[in-house]
Each structure stands twice: as C-alpha cells, then as structure tokens.
Design a binder for this molecule. Structure first.
Ligand code: AHG
Ligand code: MN
Ligand code: MN
Ligand code: MN
Length: 360
C-alpha cells in the first residue's frame, strides 16, 4: 500500500507518516507518536555521538543496578528519561514499560486516578539504549520501541480512590503484557555510521536515514525484504556448548557448508541486537540469542526486544522463533520476561525450526 503513496526520493518520515495516515485515517494518532519517537532518536543520536568528547560526562556507569540486575550506564538512564518525556508529552499514551523501569509507568491524564483516558489509547514498550555495554567504546547502539493499543475495558472509574483502584490499575498495567501479534507498530533507531530509523506499521518494513543537513529522517530503504537464505550466523558463540542440540547441530552444519543451502557460513556479531538485526535485514543471516542450560529463556527481553524486532523482521519476510514457537505469539507473564530468539532469513531459520521439530 505504501509504494504507490511515496516515491522513494526525498520522502521525509513526517511526509511518509502523513501520507500513510491519509490512506489509513485510524492511524493518524500514531503519527503524533512517531513525531516524538523521531525527535527522541535524533536527541539520543546526538548524546551518543558527543559522549566520547572529553567535555561530556555521559560515559561510564550510573552506579545503580537495574531490575535486570545489570549495572546501569549513565546513558541508559539519560536515554530512558528522554524517551519517557518525549512520549508523555504526546498525550496519546496511557502507560509505558521500559527495560530501565522496574514496573510499567502510568502516564495518567490530567485527572489523576483515571489511568487511561480515551485520548491515551496507546501503550509504549521500549529499550532506550540497546547494546549499552558497547557505548563507552563507540560501538553501534540502538533504541527499540513497540506500540500497542490499550484494552478498552481498562479505564478506571474516576470516583475510585486508593485501594479500590488497585484491581483496575492492575488490569490497565496488565495491558502492557500483550503478545507481539497485538503490536500496531514497532521501530528501532540505530546509532552507527549513519543514524537510522526502521519501522513497521504492519504493512512492510521501511528504513529512514537521518540527513543531518536537513535534520530530517529521509526514506532510504523502502519496503525492506530480507534475503530468503544467507551465509551469516550472528550469535555469541562463547555460549555454544550450552545451546540446545538442534541448534548446535544446525550451526555446525552451516559452518561446514553442509546445511540445506550448501553455503559455507561466516560469522558477524556486534553484541548490540539492533546492529546485528539491521545487518541481518539488509544482508540476510540468522541472528540469535538462544536459551541455554543456565538461562533457558536466553538473555533478550520479550516485551521490548524480542517482540518488536520480530515484528520488523517478519514484515521484511523473515522468521523469528524460539526454536519451538513463533516469538510474536508469546504472551508475556511479567514485564521483563526473557525469551530465546532465533531470527532472520526465512529458509535458514526454518532449518532450525525443522531441527527442533525432528528432535521432539
Ligand atoms: P541491552 O544493552 O539493552 O541490555 O541489550 C543488550 C543485549 C543485546 O543488545 C545484545 O544482542 C546482547 O545483549 C548481547 O549479549 P552478550 O554480550 O551476552 O552477547
Ligand atoms: Mn541493559
Ligand atoms: Mn537491549
Ligand atoms: Mn537497553
């Protein structure tokens, strides 16, 4: 639907969103959110780029441990606050969840106690700085965002106070715990040689590059389609001994050029999911953070890493699986639930799925 809307030269993100909204009026509200996301990505890109300068004091550790048990970087906290503020001031969000927030944050409207007004129809989930362990070395990092609609029957009775709001509040906050199949939009920003914003609204995956002279994201990768098969694996191979057998065997075959495609695979791993997935989208490949004996659910978080990135990969014609089930179909039980992820080129990921099925 989009390609008849936009030529592919000089189309800014603002124009892309307004043209798409003209075709699909019900997503007009989303354009407001993407305006805030775009601004936040530019601001974070600036912060990350300038963090290496002697005058900046944004490198290093915050001195806190987050709910994940990770030593927070200063930029984890700064980017989280920046994104919360940018999204809050759209007035379109009822609740948000972040890697850097212990529990979902209620962005209740003017009249406190009513968690989600009619106008605040969206829920945002995000990883404000992905790959932050790389940021002190200036290695690419990113931001990941997922947008859901909230469940209608969640508005809190304005007359409720204190205790008797708790049940409804729980229901409202529970609205962050939706499966990836409920996502209405997903996006990532990549802070690398260029600053990219890649998004899906459910009809294909579109990539924009920041033109610093214009200060605008310009459509640079219309309707990305991930190569169906590839020759790149992207895993932390230090963990190979702990992986499930079906994955160990499939990757060993690929390395020996004895996989389905007969291709000899090479390995590329940045350690920033956004960077590894972006390269996988454009060059093809299989990116994964599988479960292992120590951590059966792996390391990546379902709500704001696994599901949004799976949506983007699937909309580009790729697959995303735990090995046993489609990542987007998993309903989170808790906000920071981890999930094994193997995603990328359709035929190659299918080979892993088949190996798991054969081992059942
Ligand atoms: P975050 O920086 O948001 O905590 O995410 C880091 C994740 C992900 O970006 C990357 O794929 C993975 O951690 C790398 O983990 P290892 O360093 O264990 O390979
Ligand atoms: Mn982290
Ligand atoms: Mn992350
Ligand atoms: Mn992070």
């Amino acid at each position: 639907v989009f390609d008849e809307v936009c030529e592919t030269t000089g189309v800014t993100l603002k124009r892309f969103m307004s043209e798409v909204a003209m075709l699909n009026p019900d997503i007009t509200e989303l354009t407001v959110l993407f305006g805030a996301i775009e601004t936040a990505c530019k601001a974070i890109s600036n912060l990350v780029k300038r963090s290496q300068l002697p005058s900046s004091e944004t490198l290093g550790y915050q001195g806190e441990v987050n709910v994940q048990g990770e030593d927070q970087k200063k930029l984890d906290v700064i980017t989280n606050d920046l994104l919360k503020r940018a999204l809050r001031f759209t007035g379109r969000l009822g609740v948000l969840a972040s890697e850097e927030e212990d529990v979902p944050v209620d962005l209740s409207g003017a009249n406190k106690g009513v968690l989600i007004d009619e106008g605040e129809r969206y829920v945002a989930v995000f990883d404000p700085l992905d790959g932050s362990s790389n940021v002190d070395a200036g290695i690419p990092t990113g931001t990941i965002i997922g947008i859901y609609e909230h469940d209608e029957n969640c508005a809190i009775d304005p007359d409720c106070v204190g205790e008797d709001c708790t049940e409804q509040e729980a229901q409202c906050l529970a609205n962050t715990l939706q499966p990836g199949t409920n996502l209405v939009a997903a996006a990532y920003c990549l802070y690398s040689s260029s600053t990219f914003l890649v998004l899906t609204l459910g009809s294909g995956t579109y990539g924009f590059t920041l033109d610093e002279n214009l200060g605008e994201f310009v459509l640079s990768h219309p309707d990305i389609k991930i190569p169906e098969e590839s020759s790149i694996i992207s895993f932390n191979e230090a963990n190979t001994p702990n992986w499930d057998k079906p994955l160990q065997e499939t990757v060993a075959k690929w390395k020996a050029g004895k996989g389905k495609s007969g291709k000899k695979f090479s390995s590329r791993y940045i350690g920033s999911m956004v960077g590894d997935v972006h390269r996988t989208l454009l060059y093809g490949g299989v990116f994964g953070y599988p479960g292992d004996k120590k951590n059966p659910n792996g390391k990546l978080r379902l709500l704001y890493e696994g599901a949004p990135m799976s949506f983007i990969v699937e909309q580009a014609g790729g697959l995303s699986t735990t090995g046993k089930e489609r990542v987007m179909e998993i309903s989170p039980e808790v906000v920071h639930q981890r999930v094994p992820v193997i995603m990328g080129s359709k035929n190659d990921v299918q080979e892993v799925i088949d190996a798991y099925a054969a081992a059942q």
